[in-house]
Design a protein. Structure first.
Ligand code: AMP
Ligand code: GLY
Length: 426
């Protein structure tokens, strides 16, 4: 069958790699795609947030499945339009995507269905938000309600920082996304993501993954889209894992009770607190870069899993995983996440991919004839599989060292904290 995949990041390169490996996939179209998807599929120029345009393209090219990677088209309701045209779609409609599109909605769902999370308040004006801050004090967390490209959260150590974040939100820094503000208790502990395939009824959890959000080594510097990630997560106990799976099951049951028809990936972002795992957020999609360590471990045919999800027969599927550990390191442009230059030629990708167990997923790249050029802040995700966590990490860094361009930067400490054990978070 032909498939249309929406998105352009490392996540979409990893999804595309798994889709084209399936015997069910004839032609794969990626809109808009990147330099990596250009090599394995057809990149197409299409407004991924325009449901009519996406549906028309799928019809004209006989696509029987549409897969939505990023949050913006999900929140815009593209899945609803595709689905209404009778085409299978992997990714929830607008009602389900609200778990990511509105932090207030997601918190209300958590509270209503008794899912552990931080105490919070929601505000639509600065005065009442500042009054809540005065009452609770710092440290405290200020969040723009809507989508803010991962930049809408301030973990404020002082009252002044929190005040500034509140005022900025209501002054329109995030546009309409900041017109409502969620303020919540600061939680502490290691973070861990648990993603699950769900058709709204059956919930199939994937292995936990942990990403490194901060730009610089030692988990310092500004937040980024993620500088590296690993899966599974060695510091998660069996008991915590069970609790997270139970929370995900109850979240899906809660959405079902709300009349939400959810078909896709539900992503639970957890903090492993001394009182047990608590939810920081839900995302309505695969994580980026979590996908780049999850999908290379999945042995089950991804097209079959996605079709079963879209057709609400996920109970027919069981997931089969490789035993290997996976570590992925992000190669970024010098200056990311602040300002950086693009357009440098990248060398060494082929050599890196010749290493057994290495996958190089493209994020911000584009092709220029035979050359691969940098075209974004996060440029490549270098994933390695290994029999142990250390083996996977060492192989990932060996592969990273084979790749070069002017201004290549990376964190050298991906996974280092986890290798020290749980006490590294104390
Ligand atoms: P979110 O987009 O809600 O996941 O927030 C982005 C990041 O902010 C998370 O990955 C955490 O590192 C941090 N964060 C969010 N909420 C909290 C909280 N209640 N306590 C501590 N850190 C938080
Ligand atoms: N890695 C975090 C996210 O995908 O939102």
């Amino acid at each position: 069958m032909n498939i249309l995949l929406l998105g352009s990041g490392g996540r979409e390169c990893a999804i595309a790699t798994s889709l084209v490996a399936s015997p069910h996939c004839d032609e794969l179209f990626v809109a808009p795609g990147n330099g990596g998807t250009a090599g394995i599929a057809h990149n197409v120029a299409l407004d991924a947030e325009d449901g009519q345009a996406v549906t028309r393209f799928a019809q004209e090219h006989d696509c029987e499945l549409v897969v939505i990677g990023p949050e913006a088209p999900l929140v815009a309701g593209v899945a609803d339009v595709v689905h209404a045209a009778g085409i299978d779609c992997f990714g929830p409609g607008a009602a389900g995507a609200r778990v990511e599109g509105s932090k207030d909605f997601s918190k209300r769902l958590m509270v209503k269905y008794d899912l552990p999370t931080a105490a919070y308040g929601t505000f639509t004006d600065a005065d009442s938000a500042l009054a809540y801050l005065n009452e609770h004090g710092a440290p405290i967390v200020v969040k723009a309600d809507g989508l803010a490209a991962g930049k809408g959260v301030t973990v404020a150590q002082t009252k002044e920082e929190a005040e500034e974040a509140i005022v900025e939100c209501f002054d329109g820094r995030f546009g309409a996304a900041g017109a409502t503000v969620v303020i919540e208790e600061m939680l502490t502990g290691p973070e861990c993501s648990l993603l699950a395939f769900t058709d709204g009824q059956t919930v199939l959890p994937m292995a936990p993954a942990q990403d490194h959000k901060r730009a610089y080594e030692g988990d310092t510097g500004p937040n980024t889209g993620g500088m590296g990630v690993y899966s599974p997560v060695p510091i998660v106990t069996d008991d915590e894992h069970e609790q997270m799976v139970d929370i995900m099951n109850r979240a899906v049951a809660g959405m079902r009770a709300e009349g939400i028809d959810y078909r896709g990936v539900l992503y639970g972002g957890f903090m492993l607190t001394p009182q047990g795992p608590k939810l920081l957020e839900f995302n309505a999609r695969f994580g980026d870069p979590e996908t780049q360590v999850i999908l290379p471990r999945l042995k089950t045919d991804l097209v079959e899993v996605m079709l079963a999800t879209a057709e609400k027969r996920l109970d027919e599927v069981s997931l089969d995983w490789r035993d290997d550990w996976a570590v992925s390191v992000v190669l970024a442009s010098e200056g990311y996440p602040l300002s950086y230059k693009k357009g440098f030629e990248i060398t060494g990708i082929d050599e890196a991919e010749k290493l057994d167990g290495v996958h190089v997923y493209h994020a911000g790249t584009k092709l220029d004839g035979d050359k691969v050029l940098t075209n974004g802040g996060r440029v490549l995700n270098v994933t390695a599989l290994g029999e142990s966590f250390e083996a996977a990490r060492d192989l990932a860094y060996r592969a990273c060292d084979l790749i070069d361009w002017e201004g290549k930067t990376l964190r050298r400490d991906i996974g280092a904290r986890a290798l020290k054990g749980r006490s590294a978070w104390d």
